[in-house]
Design a protein around this ligand. Structure first.
Ligand SMILES: Cc1ncc(COP(=O)(O)OP(=O)(O)O)c(N)n1
Ligand SMILES: Cc1ncsc1CCOP(=O)(O)O
Ligand SMILES: [Mg+2]
Length: 219
């Protein structure tokens, strides 16, 4: 398997849904199925926060969510847990600045997709040098889904990275909704990643359709 091409990665980032069992209003398998029906292009399993599953239960949920993604052709990314990603042969891993070093993770996962969080130009350049396939930039807007999130920076941070030569695929994250997704795209993002805009919606199906429409109208 070869590394994902930059153009394919950009298409995959368009509507990137991130979810764990603590995030969703509906049962996780139902929420993910609706999100796929609504048009998500990539999925990240992020089992984190108060009440999150661990051990065997986390593994079992990962396997069930992965099976849904595999059936529907949606790449399955694991947040933080490189060993889990390798154990279940996930399509990729997303790591942040407080997680394992990106260079080491790249060595461990070979050609699987590697996403790295970046909050400024220095971190973005380091992620590129470490072999990231995309960077997650945010929080763009205030978020309630990550207790230790940094301060929101607005979409201007994405424009700044583009203006300083960061050309790899970028996905915005943090407080993104169908209402503000357009300005994230206009700032130079290839896509948007969301937790609550889909997971907390009473209809993940409708919420995803609205988000996808906002993204594809602002490409
Ligand atoms: C697409 C995407 N971007 C950023 C993050 C945040 O990662 P990190 O900073 O490691 O924080 P946690 O999600 O691990 O709490 C992400 N998960 N996905
Ligand atoms: C994981 C993460 N990293 C930065 S903000 C955030 C949470 C995004 O969740 P939401 O889309 O609900 O604001
Ligand atoms: Mg992390």
């Amino acid at each position: 398997m070869a590394r994902i091409a930059s153009e394919e990665m950009k298409q995959r980032l368009k509507v990137y849904f991130i979810m764990g069992s603590v995030n969703c209003k509906k049962p996780p398998l139902e929420a993910l199925t609706e999100a796929i029906d609504g048009g998500i292009t990539l999925f990240q399993f992020r089992e984190k926060g108060s009440g999150a599953l661990v051990g065997e239960q986390k593994y079992e949920l990962a396997k069930q969510l992965q099976a849904i993604c595999q059936k529907r052709g949606i790449p399955f990314i694991v947040n933080d847990d490189v060993e889990l990603a390798l154990a279940i042969d996930a399509d990729g891993v997303h790591i942040g600045q407080d997680d394992e070093d990106a260079r080491i993770v790249r060595e461990k996962i070979g050609d699987k997709i590697l996403g790295v969080s970046a909050h400024n130009l220095e971190e973005a350049q380091a992620a590129v040098a470490a072999g990231a396939d995309y960077i997650g930039v945010g929080p763009i807007y205030p978020t309630k889904s990550k207790a230790d999130a940094k301060q929101a920076q607005g979409p201007g941070i994405i424009r700044l990275l583009r203006d300083h030569g960061i050309a790899i695929p970028i996905v915005g994250i943090g407080g993104i909704t169908a209402e503000n997704a357009g300005e994230v795209m206009s700032a130079g993002a290839d896509g948007v990643s969301v937790i609550s805009a889909i997971a907390s919606a009473s209809s993940p199906l409708l919420a995803t359709k609205q988000l996808a429409q906002a993204v594809f109208n602002n490409e």
